[in-house]
Ligand binder design. Structure first.
Ligand SMILES: NC(=O)c1ccc[n+]([C@@H]2O[C@H](COP(=O)([O-])OP(=O)(O)OC[C@H]3O[C@@H](n4cnc5c(N)ncnc54)[C@H](O)[C@@H]3O)[C@@H](O)[C@H]2O)c1
Length: 424
């Protein structure tokens, strides 16, 4: 820690793509301007001190843009950019690289003894979550994941009604999230080969279901379609559908379907179309991103430059009634919350550092140790699609069955494939 009198957190950033620009950048800029205050910690300075990217180009563009509104940061590019970044004086670092490149960077950050915040999906296998959890405990730092949908006020209300037993026993439900073609065709073109939209966005809903309703994940099935982003017999997926089956303490079950796509027409009114429905013993919950929000048409701007329906709850740029320009929403709050948890561990006035660390690591909405069932669902989806791409469709994954923690069964084949031995 820095030994100035004002508490200071120096942050690192791995990856400066779309999500950096949407959520991390506004968080760091606001923290630079206003600090981060709580009674526990006092006024904490939070600075974006160093960044690591593949080419360094976006870091240079942002360096220009951030003059006067952000801390001057060091930039490292290329193969060893993360190692270089970690030689600077940092307290925590965030990982926002493509989905299959989170693990390596996160392990390096933990190895260096820094707190880490990892974009969703945390990692793609249970072995990786085991390693991250063990290393974070050994190094006595936090390892957390960004699941911003848990901070969406609608999802907070859903969970509140469930926790208070107003909505009773979920039986089944569906979630869908459809992204436009520009995501798969432009934005992610560099890393999309072999990837699928389910891992990329279904993980939000996997976590929402897992965290909101609890229970034990038992079974995962999935399928998908190809032919737009890549060849119809290749490993890259246009859309996919998965089903998860949970069992609760009562012995009763629930089933959830999650549909995702990143090939929706560009001018689709939803732009990013999100919908959920959960059916309970005594109620039905419907959530629809467009129905809760606004629809706007502006000549020559909508729907391509400005979406028709904007999610101003997630992230919006505003002129506040008191005149100030701001960027805020739950997508940014969730990152600030992590920084607050780090500040509490390092500078809090309650108990000692160990007890504060334990307290923050026990928060199961974002700690890596609480992500096991979500990672199992993602790992199962990845394995099922991989087999489908090899001409072996319709596999089923079972969790904690007699053959192992995560086990894949091919139709008509008795021998199981054990994806993870330990208990999920
Ligand atoms: N929370 C959300 O709503 C949300 C939304 C979009 C994306 N994401 C997640 O954020 C992550 C990044 O997505 P994005 O949309 O910003 O992607 P992007 O393609 O726009 O940006 C990726 C960034 O990572 C960098 N990078 C790639 N490989 C690297 C490496 N090995 N070392 C260092 N830097 C590397 C690239 O230079 C680029 O700056 C993904 O895991 C994605 O699932 C989250």
């Amino acid at each position: 820690m820095d030994n100035t009198t004002q508490p200071l957190l120096r942050a690192g950033m791995v990856g400066m793509g779309m999500i950096f620009d949407e959520t991390y950048r506004p968080f760091f800029e606001t923290a630079y301007k206003k600090g981060m205050f709580s009674r526990e910690t006092g006024d904490v300075e939070v600075l974006l001190a160093a960044v690591a990217t593949r080419t360094g180009k976006r870091a240079e563009i942002y360096r220009e843009k951030s003059k006067g509104i952000g801390h001057p940061f060091e930039s490292f590019a290329g193969e060893d950019s993360v190692d270089q970044m970690l030689k600077t004086d940092l307290d925590f670092a965030c990982v926002a690289t493509p989905d299959n490149r989170h693990f390596e960077a996160a392990m390096k950050i933990l190895e260096a003894g820094k707190h880490v915040l990892i974009e969703k999906p945390s990692v793609l296998s249970l072995d990786q979550i085991d390693q991250l959890t063990a290393l974070s405990r050994e190094k006595k730092v936090l390892a957390k994941i960004v699941y911003h949908k848990l901070a969406d006020p609608d999802h907070k209300k859903l969970r509140t009604l469930v926790v208070d037993n107003v909505l009773q026993h979920v039986n089944n439900g569906y979630c869908s999230l459809l992204e436009p073609k520009s995501i798969s065709g432009g934005q992610f073109a560099e890393w999309i080969t072999g990837r699928n939209p389910g891992t990329y966005v279904a993980c939000h809903y996997i976590k929402l279901i897992d965290y909101t309703f609890g229970g034990k994940l038992k079974t995962i099935t999935a399928t998908g379609q190809r032919g737009i982003v890549g060849p119809a017999d290749g490993p890259t997926w246009d859309s996919c559908q998965m089903r998860m089956i949970y069992e609760y303490e009562s012995g009763r079950e629930a089933a959830f379907d999650i549909h995702t796509s990143w090939v929706t027409p560009e001018n689709f009114p939803g732009y990013v179309e999100q919908e959920v429905q959960f059916r309970f013993d005594n109620g039905v919950w419907n959530g629809h991103a467009r129905k809760r929000g606004v629809e706007v048409t502006i000549e020559e701007l909508t729907p391509i430059k400005i979406p028709n329906s904007m999610n101003n709850h997630f992230n919006g740029t505003f002129i506040e009634p008191w005149g100030e320009r701001s960027q805020r929403g739950y997508g940014i709050e969730i990152i600030e919350q992590f920084a607050r948890e780090v500040a509490y561990v390092e500078f809090g006035s309650t108990g000692d550092r160990d007890s504060r660390l334990k307290e923050m690591a026990a928060l199961d909405y974002n700690d890596v140790s609480a992500d096991r069932q979500s990672v199992a669902a993602v790992a199962a989806l990845e394995a099922i699609l991989e087999h489908q791409a090899k001409g072996e469709p319709d596999c089923i994954a079972r969790v904690n069955d007699p053959n192992g923690g995560l086990v894949l069964y091919k139709p008509g084949v008795a021998e199981p494939i054990v994806l993870y031995d330990g208990k999920v």
